[in-house]
Design a protein around this ligand. Sequence first.
Ligand code: GCW
Length: 852
Amino acid sequence: MGTKAYSRPITLALLVTFAVAMTAAQTQAETGREGWLRYARIGQTGTASFQHERIKVYGPGESEVMRTARRELVHGLKEMLGPNWVHSGIVPGKFLLGSLQQMQWFHPPLGIEAEGFWLSLRKCEGQACVVIVGGSDRGVLYGVFEVLSKLARVENVRGLEETQNPANPIRWAEEWDNLDGSVERGYAGRSIFFDAGEVRRDLTRVSEYARLLASVGINGCNINNVNANPRTLQRDFLPQIARIADAMRPWGVRIGMSVDVSSPKTIGGLETFDPLDPKVAAWWQSKTDEIYKLIPDFAGFVVKADSEGRVGPSAYGRTPADAANVIARALKPHGGVILYRAFVYNHHLNWRDPKADRARAAYDIFHPLDGMFDDNVVVQIKYGPIDFQAREPVSPLLGGLEKTNEAIELQVTQEYTGQQRHLVYLAPMWTEVLNFDLSRADRRLDPREAECRFASEWCVKNLVAGKTFHRPLGGMVAVVNVGLDENWLAHPFAMANLYAFGRLAWSPELDAQRIFEEWSQLTFGNDPAILKVATRIAMASWRAYEDYTGPLGTQTLTDILGSHYGPGIESSEENGWGQWHRADHLGIGMDRSVASGTGFAGQYRPQLAQGYESLETTPIELLLFFHHVPYTYKRPYGKTVIQQIYDSHYQGANEVAMFVRDWRALKGKVDEQRYNEVLAKLEYQAGHAIVWRDAICNYFLKLSGIADEKGRAGHFPDRVEAETMQLRGYVPVEVTPWENASGGRAIECHDEHGCSVSFKFAKVAGRYEIDVEYFDQNNGESKFRLYLNGLLLDEWAGTANLPATNIGGDSSTRRRVHGVVLKPGDEIRIDGVPDGKEPAALDYLEIFSEPQ
Ligand code: GCW
C-alpha cells in the first residue's frame, strides 16, 4: 500500500457522538422510497459507544463503485449524525476504505474473498478509525453498507472486528417486467425499466433500486420477464438496455436479460432455433458478442423454455442441457452465466390419471441431465415442486443435481401469498427451506425445525451455494417485481421480504426474526415498542396466511386460473394445470406415495422418501400434499382433518384481527403516513381473511357434511344477508363460485341514480361495531353511504385496486364502523351508487356487540 491511495482523501471533521440512545420518534411523513436506507438521525442522548472528534473518509481508488461507496458513506454519516459536517481535508482520518490490494499495510486477515469485506476498529495516526477493506471495490461497498447499518441500529461498534464473505456467488433479483411497462405478477405499479415498448428515459428509480439491492449484497438484476420478448435482443434495442446497465453499474449490480430460445428464428432470420444447429450456435455467439460490446460486465441470461406455452428445445427433440449449453458457450468467453429455469412442465396433464403429477416434472426432466450442463450454466429451481405456494415440500431437484450448478428461486412478489395487500413476512418460510436437510432420517419430520444445525451437506443452503459438490457456481434468486409505486412494493412491510432475501442470499445462516428486527430498526427506527409489535406481527404472518388460505399442504386454494389472489377452491380441479387437491365428499389430498400414488415421494433421498411415503410420518403441514385421506382421518391425540380445516381458518383470521389491534398501539410512534398505510392494509387483510375463512369452511362443510364441532362454520348469528333486507332498486344475484359470498348470494344495483337497502335492528340495545361486506371491483368506483335512522354514519367509495372485474372472492371487502349505539327497531340503511361496471354490490352486514 503506497501513499497514492491517500492522494484524494475526502475529509469531514466535526464533533460527533455516536449515541446508543433510542432514535427519536419519527413523526413526520415518510414515503418509503428510501426503503431501509433512511439514515434517520441518531439520538444524541446516551453514552457514546464510539466517539469521534473528527470523521474523515479516505476513499482511494477511482472506480465507479468505489466512488459510490465513498459517497454513500458520507451521505449516511451526514444524515445520521446531523448537519454539523465540515470538510477539512487535513485531519487524520476515521474511516478508511479500500480494496485488499490498497490496504495491505493494515494486514487484513486471510480469507477475504472477492466480494467480501473486513471491518476493523483500529488506531490510525493515534486516533480510532474504522477500516473497511473489500476483496474488491464491490466488497468495499458492501462493507460500507454494513457499517452504516450497524450505526443506524446503534449497534456497539467498539470492538468491531469482522470479516464477511457472501455464501452464494449468485445473488440476483429477477423482474418480470414487460416492454409495454406492465409487470407480470407485479403489485406495485408499472415497470421502473420500460414503458410503451422502450426503456424509460428517466432511470432514476433504476439507480435507486440498484442502491437498495447493493445495500443487502445483491449483485445481479435480471431486468425483463422470463416470458421474454425477443425484441430486447434486437440491435437497435440493445443500446437502450445498456442504459439500464449504466444506471445500475455504480452500485455493483450487473444486469442480466431473459431470452427466448426461439430468438435465432424469430428475430435472427434463421429457419430454425435447434440448439444443435451450428448456425444457431453462431447466432447466439454473435448476439452475445454484440451485447458485451455495449455492456462489458453483462451478467448473463435467464431462460424459461418448454413451459406454460413457451417454446423450447423439445420442439427439436433436444434437451434443456442442449438449449442451455449453446447459449452458455456464447457467454463463456465473456464470463457470463445462463440461469436455465427448471420450471418446465406440461400444463395439459390428464387430471383423470391418478399417476399424473406436475410435482414430478422438474426432477423427472432435469435429474437425468445431471452432469450434462456446462460449468457456466446454473439450473434455477423454484423452492417447491409446484409454484410458489404458501406451503410446499422442498423441491427434490435441489438434492437431485450433483454435477450441475443450481440456484434456488424464491418470490418476493407475493403472487400466491396475498399480493402485498396481505402482510406476509416470507423469511421464516425461506429459512425453513434453506435449513431443510434433504438426506435426513425419518426420526422427526417437522419442517418447522431448522435441521441444518450440524451443517449437513444435504442442507438446501449448502447445496445451492455449491458447497456440497464443490460447484463453481450456485446461489439464490428472487422474483421481486418492484414497481413505480413510491415505496417499491406497495405494502411497507413487503420491503422486509426484499431485505431478507438479500441478507439470506449473503448469509443463509441468518435467522428470520433477527433479519426482520434489523429491517424494522432501519425502517421504523429503534423504538423498542415498534420493534416488538412489528416483529410479532411479521413472525406470525406466514403461518396466519397459510392458516386462513390452504393448510395441511393443500396449497393455497386460490383461483389458480385467474388472479391467484382470493379463494377459488375448485379452480385447480378438473383441468390440466396439475395443482390438484382432489377433494370430494369423502376426503381430500393428493396421493403422491410410491406405493399407491404418483410416486413423487420417491424422488427424495431414501430416508426422507420413506418419511413422506407413510401417512403417519408425513409432517402434518404436508399431509394433504402427499396423501389422500378421509376428512375423519386423525393422528393419535390429534384432530380430524376437517376439524383442522375449520380450526386453522378461524385461527388464521383471528390472528390477523390481532395484527390490527397490535398495530394500533403504535399510533404516534410510527410516522403518520406509514402508520396509516399499514393500518389500512391490515384492516383490509383482516376483512379478506374472513372472506377466505368463510369460503373454505363453508365449502368443506357442504362437501363433507361434517359439522364444525365448535359450531362456527356455517353459523353467523351476527350477520344479516343483504338479499334478505328490504331492497329498493337493488337486485339479488348468485355469486360464482357460491362459497365466495355469504349464502352464495349478493345484491347489485344497476340504476345509475343509486339503490338502497335497509333493515330494522332487532337485538338488545347497546354499543356495536357494524361491518359492511361489499364488493370493490377495479372497473368502477361505486359510492356507499351508511345511515342509522336517516343519519349518516359513514360513507366511502370502492376505490381499492383489487384484481377483480366482478363480484366474488377477489373483490369482497369489509368496511368497519366502530362505536355505534343501537336499540331495537333502529333502521340501518345503505345507499349504493354504481359507477362504471361496478354495481355497488353488497354481501352482508355483521353487527358485533362492543364493550360499553
Ligand atoms: O407462477 C407462475 C406465474 C406466471 C409465471 C410463471 C413462471 C412468468 O403465474 O405468471 O410466468 O409462474 O414462473 O414462469
